[in-house]
Design a protein around this ligand. Sequence first.
Ligand code: NAP
Ligand code: FE
Length: 366
Amino acid sequence: MLNYFMPVHFFLGRDVLKRNGELMLTLGKKPLLVTGKNSAKKCGALDDVISVLNLSGMHYTHFDEVKENPDLETVVKGAKLLQQTECDFIIAIGGGSPLDAGKAISALAKNDLLPYELYESAKIKDAYKIVAVPTTAGTGSELTPYSVITNTEINQKAGFGSSLLYPALSYIDAKYTLTLSKEITRDTSIDALSHLLEGLYSDVRHSFFYPLIFQGIKLIYQFLPLCLEELDNLEYRVKLMHASMLGGYIISQCGTTLQHSLGYPLTTELGLSHGLANGVVMKIVMEKFYPSVSTELDSMFKYLKIGKNDFYSWLDMLGIKFEHDLDDLFIKSKSYEVLNSRNMAKNPCKIELEEIQSLYKNLSKS
Ligand code: NAP
Ligand code: FE
């Protein structure tokens, strides 16, 4: 069975904000702009949004304190600012971190909730409208109903989701990704690749999506190495943005799995970027799931005209490798956290605590 819902109105292409920006003005009277410290400005997206607002004389408040892997404290601060300055919709500009923070701020400011209650998604009963302007090609958050926020009190990264948190509008223009560094380009593309693969792993996977998944994976397989050699090539950037959108679209319907659950502690404890954390567990997760989804994976490799080992060599060629040792304390405490994370509900087979521990042990050895 397929249960399909995708309410995002998006514009994709060159200068879409300039050409269609007036539509976001219909969502409210005063937006809260949610960004990180530098990149929204550096890549031109913030200026594009502000010029649309200025043209219509619409006032706004700017919250620029979102850091990578945003935490609950930041969300609380943003929600208070929204209320104090009487904003009534959100324009989130940036990578997944500002986009997710914008969604969480929207939910917290609109509902009478304690911050950690956001993780109980069913308690989100209302939300301010969200506009998303992605500046990385990775998370696909501009098309998903999810927000991933770190609870620093317990140093745990976890997601929540609500159909109310789908952006009402997304403006997707690959030109904003031209300023990404080589490392962030690679890591964010690997996050998109994870999302696409997880569309094949998910227990609600559906052949309806496979052509799009295969296409997205092929775009990354072909164009990521080229883009890493020529970071300012807009054509390659467009291809990677398409792949990222396909990844976001796929997880919006199929969810994520063990792969994301295993990666989160590598970010919170060791500081790996989100994409790299997914990348270093990609092989071990593929090996684990292969017996359950061999038909799907074999079709994908056939489409790419490569074998599984070629795919693993490609990951090695990109320099995706794990260079840490995981001690017993990490393995014990974090395996338990992984087992209880919400993404685990979507695995294609049952995964026991001991299997998670042994995956982490093998990762240390690889
Ligand atoms: P990010 O954390 O948003 O940004 C990473 C870095 O890239 C930051 O230093 C940022 O700078 C910089 N940056 C962003 N855009 C740039 C540009 N155009 N040019 C130059 N630098 C730029 O990275 P991300 O990988 O996109 O997002 C990761 C987060 O999204 C994680 O928390 C992850 O868990 C979450 N995620 C969410 C979903 C979902 O469905 N909601 C899915 C997967 C992952 P500034 O700090 O100055 O902005
Ligand atoms: Fe992700």
